[in-house]
Design a protein around this ligand. Structure first.
Ligand code: HEC
Ligand code: HEC
Length: 455
């Protein structure tokens, strides 16, 4: 059977539809709390304002390095990290074998778990700015989902304010533990499961990412399944000072003295401050790299505006001269071929990063690999990958890129070069013969099922 007849008459699998786990009442409640903009004081800000699902649960307002609070003119001092995969951080502890701290939540590990974490932003004057737990409890009591709250925690839940407040946080934490925050649905996950092939550039990027003599990224951002078969989280939850420069664009510097006593001299020492141990100054928790393409700007202070400047920094921090100014933004520093001094000079890791000697092709391969970590891989892109993997020689020249010609996406269809290809729109899959013309070979849903691609 040739490809064309296979495409036209091939066996189509039965598609049961994507598996969407129903939320428990506790998780459902947590979801409503997470998105409720009435929970700030004044109303207007929810958890999702800074952790938006459309931006991989980070702040979608990318122009500023840190997020505005609900009160005008207020800003936090740190870049809003993704809340995705945060549930996997172990409670904060000291790993005696390796002599490193690990785990905890927030970038300095100062709280042990999601339940404690969720209590903080509601009362933080730079964030949701409620004066006390009682005022938050009162808001929940008047919310449309108050009956659900009583169903989950009991009708006498309001009697004890402290208990009610902890229950609010517990529900949010339960929502943060659902698969919404940990879908493990990237192209890289499909690759690890043997369901997708990486492009040659992505494959080379993965090798560089893991090679201790090259990128060495996996030393802190592990990329392989754990011994018990769990998918990699791209963080080992350890702490390091990688020498990120100060970010003078951080609006926190300009806050009044009651909110930022040090003004322009503020230095974020991270873990050192959280545990009251100056020997740990400058260290921050290793973040996950899942969905990294969606979460700019980068690092605890949002200094880096793009992944390419991040990689240049890892590659050449110690190979380029220091910038004349300590306060140079990343794009300008890159143009001037320098990197500013670290914000905290103690503990800067010079063994594992800073002078990787990667050439321009290697840098672009590494960036291509980072692009495979975005969740939600599926649909047409996945289908085209599948076709390419199924019919490598017949259909696609090596490294064929998919192209868009709305409403189709296709790989290498060129009448003049007589490639044969496959094209897919939202609803139909077409066969592209070298005689030209599109022939529908059936409905996309069935093909997506056959290729085991999510819709
Ligand atoms: C105004 C912006 C803002 C709001 C609103 C906000 N956050 Fe955050 N979130 C941040 C910032 C900034 C950090 C990092 C702070 C730090 O490390 O000190 C953070 C950290 C976190 C973390 C820890 C991630 C990690 O890897 O350690 C979680 C989880 C989280 N937030 C969940 C929530 C929840 C739940 C709410 C609502 C109750 C919320 N956030 C409201 C900005 C915000
Ligand atoms: C020695 C440990 C270590 C190594 C090796 C390492 N990283 Fe990191 N990475 C970190 C730490 C710690 C941070 C957070 C630093 C901060 O916020 O100040 C980070 C942050 C990042 C971020 C920003 C994430 C975000 O959400 O803001 C990216 C991107 C990144 N690393 C990519 C890489 C790549 C690519 C490599 C290899 C070239 C690499 N890392 C090697 C420890 C490491």
């Amino acid at each position: 059977m040739n490809l064309r007849s296979l495409l036209m008459f091939g066996l189509l699998g039965v598609w049961a539809g994507p598996a969407v786990a129903a939320l428990s009442p506790l998780e459902d409640l947590g979801e409503q709390l997470f998105f409720d903009t009435q929970l700030s004081s004044p109303p207007g800000q929810s958890c999702s304002s800074c952790h938006d699902p459309d931006a991989a649960f980070t702040d979608p307002r990318r122009a500023r390095p840190t997020s505005p609070g609900v009160l005008p003119g207020r800003f936090g001092n740190r870049n809003s990290p993704t809340a995705m995969y945060a549930a996997f951080s172990p409670p904060f502890y000291f790993n005696t074998a390796e002599g490193t701290y690990r785990g905890g939540l927030f970038l300095d590990g100062r709280v042990p778990n999601l339940e404690t974490q969720a209590q903080k932003p509601l009362l933080n004057p730079l964030e949701m700015a409620n004066p006390d737990p009682a005022s938050v409890v009162e808001k929940v009591r008047n919310a449309s989902y108050a009956p659900l709250f009583e169903q989950v925690f009991g009708t006498d839940v309001w009697a004890d304010t402290e208990q009610a407040y902890a229950s609010i946080a517990a529900a949010i934490a339960a929502f943060e533990r659902t698969s919404t925050f940990a879908p493990f649905s990237s192209k890289y996950d499909a690759y690890l499961a043997g369901k997708a092939k990486l492009s040659p550039a992505e494959e080379r990027g993965l090798t560089l990412f893991e090679d201790p003599g090259k990128g060495n990224c996996a030393a802190c951002h592990p990329s392989q399944r754990s011994a018990d078969g769990k998918p990699p989280l791209f963080t080992d939850f350890s702490y390091d000072n990688i020498g990120v420069p100060r970010n003078l664009n951080n609006p926190f510097y300009a806050l009044p003295a009651d909110l930022n006593p040090q003004g322009g001299y503020f230095v974020d020492v991270g873990l050192g401050q959280a545990i009251g141990d100056r020997t740990q100054n400058g260290k921050f928790k290793v973040p996950t790299l899942r969905n990294i393409q969606l979460t700019a700007p980068y690092m605890h202070n949002g200094y880096f505006s793009s992944l390419s400047t991040v990689v240049d920094f890892y590659n050449k921090r110690d190979a380029k001269p220091g910038c004349a100014s300590l306060f140079m933004p990343d794009d300008l520093a890159e143009r001037q071929n320098c990197w500013p001094a670290p914000e905290v000079t103690e503990n800067v890791n010079r063994q594992e990063l800073g002078n990787l000697k990667l050439n321009a092709n290697e840098v672009s391969d590494l960036l291509a690999f980072l692009g495979t970590l975005t969740d939600g891989y599926g649909g047409t892109e996945c289908l085209l990958d599948w076709f390419e993997a199924q019919y490598p020689n017949l259909l696609f020249p090596p490294g064929a890129q998919s192209q868009s010609w709305p409403p189709y996406r296709y790989r290498h269809y060129s009448i003049t070069q007589s490639y044969v290809g496959v094209s897919a729109s939202d609803s139909q899959v077409y066969y592209l013969g070298n005689e030209g013309g599109l022939i529908s070979v059936g409905d996309s849903t069935a093909w997506l099922a056959m290729a085991d691609c999510k819709q």
